[in-house]
Write a protein that binds this ligand. Structure first.
Ligand SMILES: *Cc1c(COP(=O)(O)O)cnc(C)c1O
Length: 382
């Protein structure tokens, strides 16, 4: 079945007791057993919950995965995956990794003896030269947050496997509608379901999927043992979000495409980072491994002050962290989402602005940016 159909039906048969077409929210912590150890596959809700099972099956299917594991947040998924490793193991990550992942690696796991090296996206061209036999994991975001860098997933998978490491891809920006990393050779795909998958800025959640039975078994064990599990209501909200993922992503992409072109023509805009633009350095790879280019755009303006002033001038684009919801958002990564990378060699540029292009009318969004780009000159009489 096609993506759109699976997004609505996979793992979500009508409720056998009542026929309810929507998967019930199983608000229960425990399940009555017929006899000791004799139950219907559910004994305690940290271990398993039917609403969570539906989400895991549906999202796994969309990622072309055999196994899906849901978590309490994107970082809940990341920290659980870090427990596949041991102190002394080395991880190679894309340099402009999500700020919260960098905070975790640098301030939580590095002090415990894990080794992290951060590679600029361009260095993934010769990834093999940067891997050694201590490297257990290669961690990629593509498109990356917030620079929208692109990494060739197929090439990265080959290099990682040749070095005896596994490849994990954070697919939060693309979503499985635009890109399916497991089909390209990745071993684990990760999501913050808080973003496009939930899609309505009303839930925090995470997810991981794999086709490797050993990794799946260990992650399922760690999900139960570490306990970063999502509640049933949160699972249900993500399930509902996923049903409209395809139509939402089509519109996010279409509007972002129009806005990226508009920004490129603005004299007050310095550089536009959007993989859909032909002069983006990752455009060819993105065109090959993605079905479209997504709804995230970053751009620079002349100075940090102008960037801070501009994000205060937009009216429809709300000044907020997060992304992937129906509402358009604008933010300054260096001082908001990526403040934790301030001391890193790859800190987000201070004059960088990030947009999450929402589902409002494209014309209204363009008008909003147009008025915000007209700088109010200090001391001018108008
Ligand atoms: C938001 C985000 C995360 C973290 O997810 P949470 O749900 O906020 O814990 C990880 N990776 C990327 C790319 C993100 O945008």
């Amino acid at each position: 079945m096609d993506f759109e159909t699976r997004a609505i039906h996979e793992g979500q048969e009508p409720d056998p007791t009542t026929g309810a077409i929507t998967t019930p929210i199983y608000l229960t912590s425990t399940y009555v057993q017929d006899a000791v150890g004799e139950h219907k596959g559910y004994d305690y809700s940290r271990v398993a919950n039917p609403t969570r099972t539906a989400l895991q099956q549906c999202l796994a299917s969309l990622e072309s995965a055999e196994h899906g594991i849901a978590f309490s947040s994107g970082l809940g998924a990341v920290t659980t995956i870090m427990h596949l490793l041991n102190p002394g193991d080395r991880v190679v990550l894309i340099a402009d990794v999500y700020g919260g992942v960098y905070r975790m690696t640098s301030q939580v796991y590095e002090p415990k003896g894990y080794v992290f090296d951060y590679l600029p996206a361009a260095d993934f061209e010769d990834l093999a030269e940067h891997l050694d036999d201590r490297t257990r994991l290669v961690w990629v975001e593509t498109p990356s947050n917030p620079m929208l860098n692109i990494v060739d997933i197929e090439k990265a998978a080959t290099a990682a496997h040749d070095a005896g490491a596994i490849l994990a891809v954070d697919n939060t920006f693309a979503t499985p509608f635009l890109q399916r990393p497991l089909e390209l050779g990745a071993d684990i795909v990760i999501h913050s379901t808080t973003k496009y998958l939930g899609g309505h800025s009303d839930v925090v959640g995470g997810f991981a999927a794999t086709n490797d039975p050993t990794i799946a078994e260990r992650l399922t064990f760690l999900q139960k043992s570490l306990g970063a599990v999502p509640g049933p209501l949160d699972c249900w909200l993500v399930l509902r979000g996923i049903k409209t993922l395809a139509v939402r992503m089509r519109q996010h992409c279409q509007t972002a495409h129009a806005i990226s072109g508009f920004l490129e023509r603005q004299p007050r805009v310095d550089q536009v980072f959007y993989p859909g633009l032909p002069r983006h350095p990752g455009h060819q790879i993105a065109a090959r491994q993605m079905d479209d280019f997504g709804g995230m755009i970053s751009f620079t303006v002349e100075s940090e002050e102008e960037a801070a002033a501009l994000v205060a001038r937009t009216k429809l684009f709300k000044l907020a962290e997060s992304l992937g919801g129906v509402e358009s958002l604008i933010e300054l990564p260096a001082r908001m989402t990526h403040a934790s990378t301030a001391d890193a060699p790859f800190a987000a540029p201070p004059n960088l602005i990030r947009l999450s292009v929402g589902l409002e009318s494209p014309d209204d969004l363009l008008l909003d940016l147009e008025q915000a780009l007209v700088r109010s000159v200090a001391g001018a009489s108008t």
